[in-house]
Design a binder for this molecule. Structure first.
Ligand code: AR6
Length: 442
């Protein structure tokens, strides 16, 4: 909430350990937090910080005493203390390898880990009110401050979120994406190293500067619209800009930027995935917190995030992806102190056999998905949505998005990502549709 001085302060409230809310690590109902006392309580400074959260702090404490523990080991120890069940299952080789460098682009990693621990410990002060889940079938929005998000992500770094590690059908959160960073720390690869650079850089900025804006996460659900509704649409094609140069996040700034999402928001961002969505989440890690509370998207749903900040720049894609460096985000803020950036996460259908996608039922599913995100929004920056990992037909998907935008009364900026054939084909098709005054229904 906004304090009368204009400062943003956490909204008071109470802990909610129920099925409609995020179970927070610091909740009095979190038994693992309550039961495990730190082992070396001689250090008075840690007293009162409680349970395993205090244990995280051990890392910095040991460092000051000059004990020869590596930080990777300390972090690992803290994480396993929270998750004793996984002692023999989780590996931390990627984290250990990353920590071997000691520094990343001038940031001392050990010192930073200490700060991330302190940030994680701040949770009870920063998040005083239960965070409601954005559940399937319910349109709802949550607004968090950037300070709260950084604190929640610091907890995700130390894997402290309870009940979030099991993917079993019977577990509380089996329809939610993972949030604890476990998989990011295991199974070393070049990709993981680059990802960790982006994450570590985010925490560096979050602990060194005051992030004082807000971010809103809105789940949208579209009421049932069937093929008949679409065939009655009288709108003609709206504005279209097509280019084979540029990318959604750069040339499309100021527009509603489409995230080629997974129904599990963020897809493989906390694992090995490094496609459009994962890269977007790494450049703007505040998006990762959406995984904490956004249930898997259904066919008629999407999520719009307003206000996230970009912290890094990158080059390459997939295996060639590299974290390039810091990004000083010049994007202005709206009346709610949110960055004027809107990201629309919408998941296309994944096809194994390409020909399946031309069935009207599936075309309508894609039309509805796009329309759900496009309506009541700004003009849209998009591209080959669903046409990489998900194997969609770029021409069909382009026309689907054009139709959804027309029905929503929005213009489309379409970045074909170096695909000149699609660029020319789309221009031609568009010209034809415009000249003939073809409607969405037709
Ligand atoms: N701007 C414009 N176009 C881009 C950009 C960009 N920044 N980056 C990539 N493209 P893909 P999908 C083009 O495969 O098929 C993730 O794991 C590029 O030509 O990411 O919907 C998600 O989590 C690329 O081939 O989207 C999902 O699980 C094409 O866009 C899954 O992938 C499609 O990008 C979604 O797969």
């Amino acid at each position: 909430v906004f304090h009368q001085t204009g400062a943003i302060v956490p909204q008071p409230g109470r802990d909610m350990w129920t099925r409609n809310f995020v179970k927070l690590p610091c909740s009095p109902s979190n038994t693992i937090y309550q039961h495990s006392a730190p082992e070396d309580e001689e250090n008075g400074e840690r007293q009162g910080r409680g349970g395993v959260l205090g244990e995280i702090f051990t890392a910095s404490w040991l460092r000051r005493r000059g004990e020869c523990f590596t930080f990777a080991l300390c972090s690992q120890k803290a994480i396993l203390k929270y998750n004793p069940k996984y002692k023999d299952q989780w590996s931390f080789d990627a984290l250990a390898e990353f920590f071997k460098f000691g520094a990343c682009e001038g940031v001392n990693i050990s010192a930073l880990v200490q700060k991330i621990a302190a940030l994680a410990l701040d949770l009870p002060k920063r998040v005083m009110k239960g965070i409601p889940l954005l559940q399937q079938g319910r349109a709802a929005a949550i607004t968090l401050s950037q300070a709260q998000i950084s604190c929640l992500l610091a907890n995700a770094f130390f894997c402290t979120f309870p009940h979030r590690n099991s993917t079993s059908f019977h577990s509380d959160y089996h329809t939610y994406p993972s949030i604890n960073f476990t998989r990011l720390f295991s199974h070393w690869s070049e990709r993981k190293m680059e990802k960790l650079k982006a994450i570590v850089h985010y925490f560096h900025v979050a602990t060194e500067t005051k992030l004082d804006g807000l971010v809103t996460f809105e789940r949208r659900c579209l009421a049932n619209t069937d093929a008949r509704t679409w065939s009655c649409c009288k709108e003609e094609m709206n504005k279209l800009y097509v280019s084979s140069c540029g990318a959604i996040e750069t040339e499309g700034s100021g527009l509603l930027q489409v995230d080629f999402a997974s129904s599990w928001l963020g897809g493989g961002v906390l694992d090995s995935g490094l496609l459009q969505e994962e890269i977007l989440f790494l450049m703007s890690p505040e998006l990762i917190v959406s995984r904490l509370f956004t249930e898997k998207l259904q066919d008629n749903e999407c999520v719009i995030v307003t206000g996230c900040q970009q912290f890094s720049t990158y080059s390459g894609y997939g295996d060639t992806f590299r974290w390039k460096g810091p990004y000083a985000d010049p994007t202005g803020r709206d009346g709610w102190a949110r960055r004027q950036r809107q990201v629309l996460a919408m998941d296309a259908l994944r096809f194994t056999h390409g020909r399946d996608q031309y069935s009207m039922k599936l075309v309508v599913r894609e039309l509805n998905k796009a329309y759900c995100g496009f309506k009541r929004c700004d003009d849209i920056a998009t591209g080959k949505w669903g046409c990489g990992a998900f194997k969609g037909d770029p021409q069909l998907k382009a026309v689907i998005q054009l139709m959804a935008a027309a029905r929503a009364g929005r213009g489309l900026a379409f970045f074909t990502f170096k695909d000149e054939k699609l660029e020319h084909g789309l221009r031609q098709a568009y010209r034809l549709l415009r000249t003939k005054g073809t409607t969405v229904g037709e």
